[in-house]
Write a protein of this length. Structure first.
Length: 388
């Protein structure tokens, strides 16, 4: 599962389910979800990920909200997690990080990397939009830049990889993995992508998988224990040995459209696949070797996300709540949640605890929020942060 959160009880941490403890949202540039099948528009400004993005702004009648706006969350246990965000919805502003060790009862501020938050088309090559921690010390802020800390944020080191880091997940065996998009430096329209690996306690990155022309959207990375999955626009790859070797598997998603992947265990893997107009979930019970449709007669936006709990239970995001299946995608029921807001990301750390990053419309304007469940998604509570 992603928490990504995206991802833990202590046993899960030991198992190294990277996408579950590293919970977070996807970067917010508008290229991140959906596929427009209409003729391509005129080129738009280039964003921090080296790709054209459409400028996004709040309606002129909606004031920008003040206060902490959560953009990513990463957890290493049910009680300890970190939240990356900004003071208000802003462009090119300084990132902020809150840390809790008591499940959100109290928060303390820790230093963030000395760079900008990459919001929409704003940002620099070393700016960040996402966050992961592998344990109480080793963490990474990324998207499109990459920064590492090995002392819980007291010091951050900029890591010079030759492209944009689009995703990152810790795994077992002391390893951490990242996807590096080389599109901006590929030339000739090619978009090579690399999966790189380092030990969590060091900053020694090496390439473990290279795809010559992956294109857009950026591939989705999933990690559980020693297993690594990469779901992209050209296929699905899996490693069963800490990224040492990869095998290509049949992808559940349409060619060139990509998708997102959420491993729950070494055998149970959920994926969400866009179709160009709508999208839907798929589920595998053999580690991604084969997938079955889990649409259940429903259809969702291309921007929806799936968060799995088991081979039978998963949630799909929607407007004003969640759709839950407890029969492997044969049928769904609506779970009211988030006071009418839209969950743009959700993930679970274990069968009970999960998080959702929600955008909601308030009288003062659009606001980002973090919600948490302690009962497997049946009920959700809004997390309150200290004043910034």
């Amino acid at each position: 599962m992603a928490i990504a959160l995206a991802a833990l009880a202590a046993a899960a941490v030991a198992a190294g389910c990277g996408t579950r403890p590293a919970a977070t949202s996807a970067p917010r540039p508008s290229t991140g979800s959906g596929v427009n099948q209409s003729p391509a528009p005129a080129p738009s400004p280039t964003g921090p990920f080296g790709k054209p993005v459409e400028p996004v702004s709040l309606p002129p009648t909606s004031p920008t909200p003040s206060g902490f706006q959560p953009e990513a969350v990463t957890a290493v246990s049910d009680s300890q997690y970190w939240v990356l965000g900004t003071d208000g919805l802003c462009s090119g502003c300084t990132p902020l990080i809150w840390h809790t060790t008591d499940a959100g009862q109290t928060f303390s501020s820790i230093p963030a990397p000395p760079t900008q938050f990459a919001n929409y088309s704003q940002g620099t090559a070393d700016s960040v939009s996402d966050l992961r921690f592998a344990d109480g010390d080793d963490g990474w802020a990324f998207g499109p830049g990459l920064w590492a800390t090995h002392d819980d944020g007291e010091q951050w080191q900029s890591i010079g990889l030759p492209g944009d880091v689009t995703s990152l997940e810790p795994g077992a065996g002391g390893y951490v993995y990242a996807v590096v998009d080389l599109c901006a430096v590929g030339g000739g329209g090619a978009c090579p992508v690399e999966v790189v690996r380092s030990t969590a306690a060091e900053d020694a990155w090496s390439v473990v998988l290279k795809l010559d022309d992956e294109g857009a959207p950026a591939p989705s990375l999933g990690v559980h224990g020693a297993d690594v999955w990469l779901l992209g626009a050209t296929g699905l790859w899996r490693s069963l040995d800490d990224g040492t070797t990869f095998d290509e598997l049949p992808t559940p998603c349409a060619a060139e459209l990509g998708g997102s992947i959420d491993p729950v265990s070494a055998s149970t893997v959920w994926a969400f696949c866009p179709t160009g107009n709508m999208g839907g979930p798929w589920v595998s019970t053999d580690g991604g070797g084969s997938f079955s449709s889990a649409y259940g007669g429903e259809a969702w936006s291309n921007a929806a996300e799936v968060g799995g709990l088991s081979a039978s239970t998963a949630f799909v995001t929607g407007i004003g709540g969640l759709d839950e299946t407890d029969d492997g995608g044969t049928s769904y029921r609506v779970v009211p949640a988030f006071d009418g807001g839209w969950a743009r990301w959700l993930g679970f750390t274990d069968p009970s605890v999960g998080y959702a990053l929600v955008t909601t419309q308030l009288p003062a304007g659009s606001e980002d929020q973090l919600w948490r469940t302690n009962d497997g998604g049946a009920g959700w509570a809004l997390i309150a942060f200290p004043s910034t």
